[in-house]
Design a protein around this ligand. Structure first.
Ligand SMILES: NC(=O)c1ccc[n+]([C@@H]2O[C@H](COP(=O)([O-])OP(=O)(O)OC[C@H]3O[C@@H](n4cnc5c(N)ncnc54)[C@H](OP(=O)(O)O)[C@@H]3O)[C@@H](O)[C@H]2O)c1
Length: 253
């Protein structure tokens, strides 16, 4: 499916919507949290570094957006109980969820598989796929309480075609694509909840700098540049889109 880089969102696109963003303190997640709030959403900022979440909170308030909420959580050590406690807290506070952007991610190491450390492999799988899956299960009743809920899982080009040395990161993104297909098929036609995968494409963030240290970051789009597709997929204009694999920018030539 083509990307929506030219999408022009209505200024109040996400008004009265409650949206959770994981990894909201930095990179693409930070830009999405700010952009969703700018378009009217009450954003729940989830992440592992509280100081970064607080900075995003302050930026949203300073811009006059709806008052956000901070939810500190580290996917590495998070248990099923943490996800269920979280759902209970959000239920008490908001009573429903209109969207989740699963964005938090860990690169691990780019290294030959022969040298891949099994503990690091588990860590990457925990943060990139296992944690988000069980968090989604805990949050489903809150999403089902919405008239129109959008769940977005962040993929990668290496989750659609394997690439040498990308190890657990690539495998976790393939698993993400697979999980989206399974859940979307379950939700098809009988649910107000839709789930899709979104590949941001090469974007100027810390993760990209770590993966490609020799690259000139100024040749890349910024997180702000790719927000049109993030807004389209989170808002009502994408209603009915379920189980699709989207790209946030056209392929680079
Ligand atoms: N940038 C790209 O070119 C690109 C391309 C394809 C896909 N992606 C995907 O896009 C998403 C965002 O990536 P990014 O480039 O914005 O990366 P980033 O700048 O490294 O940001 C990653 C975010 O995830 C959070 N995070 C990492 N481990 C976590 C954990 N254990 N628990 C909770 N939060 C955790 C980080 O928190 P801290 O700030 O506290 O570390 C940070 O906010 C990822 O899923 C990535 O795989 C990015």
């Amino acid at each position: 499916m083509s990307c929506k880089i030219d999408y022009q969102p209505a200024p109040n696109l996400l008004e009265n919507r409650i949206v959770l963003v994981t990894g909201a303190g930095d990179g693409i997640g930070r830009a999405a949290a700010l952009s969703y709030a700018q378009h009217g959403a009450t954003v729940i900022l989830l992440g592992r570094t509280i100081a970064k979440l607080e900075r995003v909170y302050d930026e949203i308030e300073a811009a006059g957006g709806p008052q956000p909420a901070i939810f500190p959580l580290n996917f590495e050590g998070a248990t099923l109980k943490d996800f269920h406690d979280m759902a209970e807290t959000l239920d008490k506070e908001f009573g429903r969820l209109d969207g989740v952007l699963h964005n938090a991610g860990l690169l691990g190491r780019i290294t030959p598989f022969e040298q891949y450390n099994p503990e690091l492999w588990q860590q990457v799988m925990q943060v990139n796929i296992n944690g988000p899956i069980w968090m989604t299960q805990a949050l489903l009743p809150l999403l089902q309480a919405s008239d129109d809920a959008s769940v977005i899982f962040t993929s990668s080009s290496v989750g659609r075609k394997g690439r040498a040395y990308w190890g657990a990161y690539s495998v976790s993104k393939f698993a993400t694509e697979g999980f989206v297909e399974v859940l979307a098929d379950e939700l098809d036609n009988q649910s107000t909840v839709r789930v899709n995968s979104l590949n941001p494409g090469a974007t100027r963030t810390q993760m990209r700098r770590t993966a490609f240290p020799g690259e000139d970051p100024f040749t890349l789009r910024t997180p702000e540049d790719i927000m049109p597709t993030y807004l389209w997929l989170m808002g009502p204009d994408s209603a009915g889109t379920n189980g699709q694999k989207l790209d946030a920018q056209p392929p680079r030539v």
